[in-house]
Design a protein around this ligand. Structure first.
Ligand code: CTP
Ligand code: MG
Length: 381
């Protein structure tokens, strides 16, 4: 393996308030950790990511990072440096030439940073992105200035930091301690560490307000896209009735190759439409036996996966079921909860409602049920 990356996610986020650790908080609807991993992969130069997290969070981290080139998460230690050492030890059997060490709390690494860090490693044993300090620096105690500290030559270190793997492993093994970044181990041992330009975007979420600032900076780069979907299935005897992922008691059920859940089918088509990725029939051809009587929840999970794969966010979804009977209103809260959980979004972003056609046409004659859906996505421009 040429380039491995450690994704450091074993911290507890005490400075943010000590609630849910910051790497798990939602940023534009997806965990910060997922953004950080995707950012590492953006330049296409990282072969595998090794996540390091609290022992009890390993399952959660693996599922958040599903679908990316990641190794199973391993447990970290009490300090960031102990966590990095654990990660390096886990990578040893993969024998990477170069290793990047990145904070999971930095979700907005711009394109080009990983490339610049790796390029600088051609000539140095370490390289880090850093920003020159612009503000005048004051040393203070108890709210009063002691003196002004010269800022000339001072830089703020960011991650991902890059190193020759074997050197970083041996330095960490030799000096376990409390370093807050990895370059400092090379500095102390007299190795050259190059600076490459950092970015004001590449903020480490540390204090309250940081997450909101990153989100505000990302939002203008997302374009709203709308999709619509429509589906009809015939009502027949002897089939259960599934609508929006919920089984509804009724004398008739919908006929179709899968479970014929018109609500979920219309919703999937709306999502595929917003992404310009075809329709449900393209992703799940009715000619394939494996989808016979399939639970349509699998289709919606796939559509949700496509939203995530495109780095998009579901702003809202609105489904209208068109039928005389059964009455939908009593079941709408359960349908909303089910759809929200399948899509991994808060319930407030989902609407399920119903209308009749005043007894006109096929829904009026109760020959079938129709559904239409509209979704709005925010997709990276
Ligand atoms: N980190 C880690 N293991 C630790 C401590 C920190 O893997 N024992 C990770 C954090 O998850 C974070 C990165 O190192 O992604 C940078 O650390 P920091 O910003 O200090 O995060 P926390 O330790 O979580 O925050 P705080 O110091 O406010 O508690
Ligand atoms: Mg910390």
């Amino acid at each position: 393996m040429r380039v491995a990356a450690l994704l450091m996610a074993a911290g507890r986020g005490e400075r943010l308030g000590g609630g849910e650790p910051k790497q798990f908080l939602p940023l534009l609807g997806r965990p910060v950790l997922r953004h950080a991993a995707e950012a590492l992969l953006r330049d296409g130069l990282v072969d595998a990511i090794q996540p390091v997290c609290a022992d009890e969070e390993r399952g959660r981290v693996d599922s958040i990072l599903a679908g990316l080139p990641v190794l199973p998460a391993i447990p970290g230690g009490a300090t960031r440096q102990a966590s990095v050492l654990a990660g390096l030890e886990a990578l040893e059997s993969h024998a990477p030439t170069l290793v990047l060490v990145h904070d999971a709390a930095r979700p907005a690494v711009p394109a080009g940073t990983v490339k610049a860090v790796l390029a600088a490693l051609e000539e140095a044993e370490g390289a880090i992105p850093a920003q020159p300090v612009a503000d005048t620096l004051k040393l203070a105690e108890d709210g009063a200035i002691i003196r002004t500290v010269p800022r000339e030559g001072l830089h703020r270190a960011q991650t991902p930091q890059g190193f020759r793997f074997s050197l970083l492993l041996s330095l960490h093994r030799a000096a376990p301690g409390g370093a807050t970044d990895d370059a400092s181990l090379l500095e102390a041992a007299g190795h050259a560490v190059r600076l490459v330009p950092g970015s004001e975007e590449n903020v480490k979420i540390t204090y309250p307000g940081d997450l909101e600032r990153i989100e505000a900076a990302m939002l203008p780069r997302m374009l709203p896209r709308v999709g619509t979907g429509f589906d009809v299935h015939r009502l027949v005897e002897g089939r259960p009735l599934f609508l929006c992922g919920v089984q509804v008691p009724h004398a008739l059920g919908l006929d179709g190759h899968s479970d014929a859940d018109v609500g979920l089918h219309a919703l999937c088509d709306a999502i595929y439409g917003a992404l310009a990725e075809g329709d449900i029939g393209r992703h799940f051809p009715p000619s394939q036996m494996q989808w016979k009587d399939a639970d349509s929840a699998a289709f919606l999970r796939h559509a949700a996966g496509r939203i995530a794969a495109r780095g998009a966010v579901l702003a809202n979804a609105d489904v209208t079921l068109i039928c005389e009977r059964p009455k939908i209103t009593p079941h709408a809260p359960a349908m909303i909860a089910r759809v929200a959980s399948l899509l991994g979004v808060p319930e407030g972003r989902i609407s399920v409602k119903a209308t009749t056609t005043e007894r006109l046409g096929f829904p009026g004659r109760e020959e079938g049920i129709a559904a239409q859906a509209a979704v709005s996505l925010l997709v990276p421009a």
